[in-house]
Design a protein around this ligand. Structure first.
Ligand SMILES: Nc1nc2c(c(=O)[nH]1)N[C@H]1C(S)=C(S)[C@@H](COP(=O)(O)OP(=O)(O)OC[C@H]3O[C@@H](n4cnc5c(=O)[nH]c(N)nc54)[C@H](O)[C@@H]3O)O[C@H]1N2
Ligand SMILES: Nc1nc2c(c(=O)[nH]1)N[C@H]1C(S)=C(S)[C@@H](COP(=O)(O)OP(=O)(O)OC[C@H]3O[C@@H](n4cnc5c(=O)[nH]c(N)nc54)[C@H](O)[C@@H]3O)O[C@H]1N2
Ligand SMILES: [Mo]
Length: 735
């Protein structure tokens, strides 16, 4: 999220794609409603389902799932045609907008209507309301990311904001609402298959940097991997790990080794697609461990009867440490009670794992205090020291605690503090470059100095591309900058010239061979910021990503498309070998059959307000289960009528894979006549059979139901490998 949730109150128009904050982010929704009521903001919702959020909007555009790119190009075409774009922002701060303006040509309102199903008048109204408002805020969430082209959705949305100059200003921005309370924190810390903490890559240089941060020997680290090649290769991702268990072909990408054991900590496994395959994989592994305060729903999905371990984890009120919200602000969480019964805090379980596996000393070495470390403060400070790429240096445990203790002194629409936290922003949103930096509430804002949270775009991809300068133009540096225009990322080599300083011999020695991402001394950041320079440089935002499959975002029909006639014009990419160690099918899956012939109904997938994620936690609540006790599918009465299914009757839903579910039919006008809405929050029933008897005594949830992911289709994002839960076809019959 470039801006923050309170900042939405500063908007004049808010366009929401694939998010339903009225159900899923009720706090964010309050800020959105305040923007509407107090600031006159127009609210536009683009969603295949008429949600509770849509009910509060000024304009609702229903589109077919997986067609957001066509809709966005339709908006961008209108922006170009009507000259609503921000000419100087594009000229000074963006690379590659010409290619976007060219690509949008084919997306006339009529053509967009044909692809998306949204009447062209609505597209024009939405584009007009959003593009003529200043500033306009873009919100998205999982309706955009869980697609084969999810990464293209998020890129094109951001490009739309660039074209309007809506980045770097309060009330604007690209604002993803996201999921669990610490999703941002967990990706910051490297809970990803393709990065080290802080989004450092997997190259030898990054590993060597972290060996130093963690106080361990690089050779020792390397020795933990089968080969150096594996150490530097992307791992299996959450969506794809099952293929490392089940398919010999994929194991070739994993040094010819099958995955043999799984430790699952804080994840509901029924929430990835193809749950029937997940079961197969769980059954086949040699050992499975769940670390969870509840009985993880996957533990009853598997029918293995040995080497299955449930380790009771403490809940968040029984533990302490930082969480990071979607807007990059950190908060200190204090322990309310000691863990009850046999439950143990996650880190203690992991420390014990490390002891028994023989690397405990190395595991804790980064905190630099041997066995005398203080948890979680010393770990927080290690994070602050090491994660320089996102500017975490200023986020020490002491500062974060002070912010949380004084949270009532911060103003919510600007995040600005008063009194003891004067001139700082709540939770020190990163980048927070130094221990005196206030944090950065709005990314890429050049109207304030770097020392006060300003910055341009990062210089990450070289200085020029095909003869075009990638640095930003004259006049587009943050306020108070020593250099008026663009500049490269700060290194030991250029600091003297760019910051206009002369380093002492001792300083030179301290920073030798270093850059802003690797300098432990803090000298480079200190001088850069004193000269008004962002340590990561000042460059153009890229509309063209030459190292991605699609250099600019392209509409591609879903693998299981409702419109085979459009597949020819907008085909999926070629199959991708070794995509997160898995050979992933795209074009061959799309062409395998005319899917819609046998599976004529489109899934719209999403959440309900009563339950969270797999529902493991919330379905254990008697009262929430009373409100939403069972799984269902929403069908338009006209479609249900055609299928001969009455409201409240049971129906079988068959997926394009081998999965099927037996669920209740709920008549609803929220969906169109070709779709079924399936909530994602149930588990505990398997193809018509209850699994409740498989739970250990007295641990079965109050509410249970079939998991929608039995019937979501095969498909993974072409860049990130995120499972495509949001585009699937099914067949429905009366049960
Ligand atoms: N009550 C509750 N709150 C939650 C959660 C929960 O389970 N329950 N989960 C939390 C988590 S982990 C997350 S990630 C967030 C998710 O928050 P959201 O992203 O808001 O959640 P969803 O309901 O999955 O999806 C949002 C919308 O996307 C729409 N959609 C589906 N396909 C498409 C498409 O192709 N295009 C467009 N434009 N829209 C589409 C759906 O109709 C839905 O209304 O919520 C968090 N908050
Ligand atoms: N069809 C469909 N599928 C989807 C989605 C969709 O929209 N549609 N959305 C996707 C998204 S965005 C998400 S995030 C996932 C859902 O996300 P998941 O992470 O798969 O689901 P949760 O139920 O939130 O699982 C969290 C697990 O962690 C446990 N837990 C809670 N607190 C702690 C703790 O402190 N320590 C430990 N060790 N464990 C803890 C809970 O008991 C639970 O078992 O679903 C994904 N799948
Ligand atoms: Mo999520």
């Amino acid at each position: 999220m470039t801006n923050h949730i309170g900042d939405m109150q500063n908007s004049k128009a808010i366009i929401i794609f694939g998010a339903n904050p009225a159900s899923n982010h009720p706090i964010a929704m309050q800020h959105i409603l305040k923007a509407k009521q107090l600031n006159g903001a127009k609210i536009i919702v683009v969603d295949p389902r008429f949600t509770k959020t849509a009910a509060k909007s000024d304009l609702y555009c229903r589109i077919r799932t997986g067609t957001d790119i066509a809709f966005l190009y339709g908006i961008i075409r209108l922006i170009r045609e009507n000259k609503w774009y921000d000419k100087s922002f594009i000229a000074d701060r963006v690379y590659g907008m010409d290619d976007i303006f060219k690509e949008c040509e084919e997306y006339t309102p009529e053509h967009v209507e044909d692809i998306t199903g949204c009447p062209k008048e609505l597209l024009i109204q939405a584009a007009t309301a959003f593009a003529t408002a200043d500033p306009g805020c873009l919100i998205w969430n999982q309706g955009w990311t869980q697609h084969t082209i999810g990464s293209s959705n998020t890129r094109l949305g951001s490009i739309m904001q660039l074209s309007l100059g809506n980045l770097g200003k309060p009330g604007g921005g690209c604002n993803i609402l996201r999921g669990h309370d610490n999703v941002q924190g967990s990706t910051d810390l490297g809970c990803l298959a393709d990065t080290l903490p802080g989004y450092y890559g997997l190259s030898e240089g990054s590993w060597k940097y972290f060996a130093k941060q963690w106080n361990v020997d690089y050779e020792w680290l390397k020795g933990r991997f089968k080969t150096k090649e594996m150490m530097e290769a992307k791992g299996f991702s959450l969506g794809l790990w099952i293929h490392g268990v089940l398919d010999k072909e994929n194991q070739k990408n994993n040094a010819d080794t099958p995955i043999k054991a799984l430790v699952c900590i804080g994840n509901g496994i029924s929430t990835i697609t193809q749950t029937h395959k997940v079961k197969e994989a769980l059954d086949k592994l040699e050992m499975v461990v769940f670390i969870d305060p509840f009985v993880n729903d996957a533990a009853v999905i598997t029918t293995r009867n040995d080497n299955l371990f449930l380790l009771p984890a403490a809940t968040q009120v029984e533990t302490e440490g930082t969480v990071v919200n979607t807007a990059r602000s950190a908060q200190w969480r204090t322990k309310v009670i000691e863990p009850l019964y046999e439950a143990r805090e996650d880190q203690d379980i992991l420390f014990d794992f490390a002891k028994r596996l023989g690397f405990y000393d190395q595991y804790i070495a980064g905190m630099g205090k041997g066995d005398k470390f203080k948890w979680p403060e010393d770990a927080t400070d290690e994070i602050a020291r090491s994660l320089k790429t996102i500017g975490m240096q200023g986020r020490t445990a002491a500062r974060i605690k002070k912010h949380t203790e004084n949270w009532h002194l911060f103003e919510s629409t600007s995040l600005k503090g008063r009194g003891p936290v004067e001139k700082e922003y709540y939770g020190l949103p990163w980048p927070c470059w130094t221990e005196t930096h206030p944090g950065s509430p709005v990314l890429y804002n050049i109207n304030i100095p770097v020392a006060q949270g300003g910055m341009g775009f990062r210089n990450r991809f070289g200085l020029e591309r095909d003869g075009v300068n990638l640095l930003s133009a004259e006049g587009s540096a943050p306020k108070g900058s020593r250099i008026n225009g663009g500049y490269a990322e700060i290194t030991a080599k250029n600091i003297e010239e760019l910051a206009g300083v002369t380093l002492t011999d001792a300083e030179k020695k301290a920073v030798e061979g270093k850059n802003w991402k690797t300098d432990d001394s803090g000298i480079l950041n200190k001088y850069a910021i004193a000269a008004g320079l962002a340590p990561y440089g000042n460059a153009r935002a890229r509309a063209i990503v030459w190292n991605f499959i699609d250099h600019i975002p392209k509409h591609r029909e879903p693998l299981h498309s409702f419109r085979p006639d459009l597949v020819k014009r907008y085909p999926a990419v070629k199959d991708i070998p070794n995509h997160f160690r898995t050979n992933v099918r795209y074009k061959t899956e799309q062409d395998a059959q005319v899917w819609v012939k046998n599976y004529p109904i489109n899934i719209v997938s999403g959440r309900i307000v009563e339950h969270m994620g797999s529902g493991t936690e919330t379905r254990a609540s008697k009262y929430l289960s009373e409100l939403a006790p069972e799984m269902y599918g929403e069908l338009h009465p006209n479609l249900a009528g055609k299928l001969g299914i009455k409201d409240g009757e049971m129906m079988w839903v068959y997926g394009t894979g081998e999965g099927k579910i037996r669920i209740k039919c709920k008549y609803s006008h929220r969906v169109d006549e070709k779709s079924v809405f399936l909530p994602q929050n149930f588990s505990g029933v398997w193809q018509g059979e209850s699994l409740l008897g498989r739970y250990p005594d007295k641990t079965a949830p109050y509410g249970s139901g079939e998991s929608s992911n039995q019937v979501t289709s095969y498909g993974f994002d072409q860049q990130t490998s995120c499972p495509e839960t949001k585009c699937s076809l099914v067949r429905i019959e009366r049960a």
